[in-house]
Design a protein around this ligand. Structure first.
Ligand SMILES: Cc1cc2nc3c(=O)[nH]c(=O)nc-3n(C[C@H](O)[C@H](O)[C@H](O)COP(=O)(O)O)c2cc1C
Length: 286
């Protein structure tokens, strides 16, 4: 029996939903499937499977740092096949090229790439009152994901690989933003810029529980301290019931970029959005 490991990272749950639908399609086509969210558990060695599926949200027009690190650490995958799926709430641009480049360097053969919209929980936009791609993935997108899963097995059985088309570079503004969000800057600089307002923080520990990278520990008072394994998901800031966390995103240099992004995406008829209010860790649609 054909075996497939679907490795994905999902914090908001949308990538997990698509992973579930792809699994359904793979199983219908007679494949045994193992799912693993790398934010929750450690996957089995990839070489034990015939096909490896990789799923991720797009963060800052690239792969989330934990996903890129996971892929870079994979062994040589000669003789194995892979497919991928990416979720995005506004623009993914060429994030898929990054994934394909890494998998190509591991000698895995491509079977296809799926992409769809996913509800956006990026705090930079939510605090400006915008949620992009609410209620995505839709029923239709999930049905396409399931069909994609079945196609993967058909292609695998025929032994025909399907390289993903190369995406073009983003416009220069987004390329500059991506430079500002390089993993090097996060590991060496931005993780030091998280602040907790000592008087507001109640040491509830929610930020530590919410961190998908296990990057937040507590000091003697039970208040958060950030390590250098941050993936800049900003769920700590999002979830704080006291609004006591200030993230590097509050640097004045980022303000104009965030406003520009919101203007572009909100004016794009191809992208859904709803007005929201994020306060004290709870998000309300207005
Ligand atoms: C920190 C962060 C950065 C994001 N950056 C982008 C981006 O550059 N482009 C985009 O289209 N969506 C971006 N998003 C939205 C996510 O890709 C999208 O909401 C995805 O569905 C989330 O997946 P999940 O629910 O599985 O965590 C970002 C979300 C977060 C939290």
């Amino acid at each position: 029996m054909t075996t497939c490991q679907v490795i994905y990272y999902s914090k908001g749950g949308t990538t997990g939903k698509v992973a579930g639908s792809i699994r359904e399609g793979l199983q219908k086509a007679g494949c045994r499937v193992e799912l693993c969210n790398i934010a929750l558990s450690k996957p089995a060695p990839a070489r034990e499977f015939d096909i490896i599926g990789i799923g991720a949200p797009v963060y800052y027009y690239q792969l989330p740092y934990n996903v890129a690190d996971y892929l870079e650490d994979l062994p040589d995958l000669s003789g194995k096949y892979f497919f991928s799926f990416l979720l995005h709430s506004t623009y993914k641009f060429d994030a898929g090229n990054q994934l394909n480049r890494i998998m190509h360097s591991k000698n895995a053969k491509p079977l296809g790439q799926f992409q769809c919209f996913g509800e956006g929980y990026f705090v930079g936009y939510l605090k400006r009152g915008f949620m992009f791609s609410p209620d995505h993935p839709t029923k239709e997108e999930l049905a396409s994901a399931s069909e994609f899963g079945a196609d993967i097995i058909r292609r695998f059985k025929e032994g025909s690989s399907k390289p993903a088309e190369k995406d073009g570079s983003p416009p220069w503004v987004y390329r500059v933003e991506r430079l500002f969000m390089s993993p090097w800057l996060v590991k060496n600089l931005y993780h030091r810029m998280f602040r907790v307002l000592r008087k507001k923080c109640t040491s509830c520990g929610i930020c530590m529980d919410e961190c998908p990278a296990g990057n937040i520990t507590e000091d003697k008072k039970g208040q958060p301290v950030w390590g250098n394994n941050c993936i800049l998901c900003l769920y700590c800031d999002y979830s704080c019931p006291e609004n006591a966390i200030s993230s590097p995103l509050n640097l004045p240099a980022f303000g104009p970029f965030l406003s520009y992004n919101v203007r572009q995406a909100a004016g794009d008829p191809g992208i859904d959005h709803v007005p929201v209010e994020l306060r004290g860790g709870s998000l309300n649609r207005l």
